[in-house]
Design a protein around this ligand. Sequence first.
Ligand code: 9L3
Ligand code: MG
Length: 139
Amino acid sequence: MPVERARPADHTGEVVAAAIIVDGRLLLAQRTRPPELAGQWELPGGKAEAGETADDALRRELREELGVEVSGGDRIGEDVPLPDGRVLRAYRVELVSGTPVALDHAELRWVDGRELGEIDLVGNDRGWVPDLRLHLKGW
Ligand code: 9L3
Ligand code: MG
């Protein structure tokens, strides 16, 4: 059997998360994996690949996960250090074309400020709630 050479894991870089807000509601997506996060809701996004800017990563991830084109990218909320050494950052993005579809999530939901406080958000995203609410209605 060929011996697979272990490749060092990439413990650096950014995980991007998108705050898509339309008419005072924020788009949340329900995770399917890993098992400990399945069922919890998040701002959609994922790991930037080598050589990608945050903008590139947001555009690619949202195309893959939601089937939409987005633009923009002002930061929202604080950096969240992840246990693997990466940093998670949220960006406010605008929908340019398409209607979000759950291509990689169990379900999508648009929430107002009150619902954002009641939904089971992934732990990493909870610190952003006060910042996000400033842009939402209904709280
Ligand atoms: N993560 C947390 N909150 C988010 C996103 C998009 C991602 N809003 C965490 C979950 C994973 C890691 O970042 O541990 C990588 O995300 P993904 O590639 O599994 O979406
Ligand atoms: Mg993802």
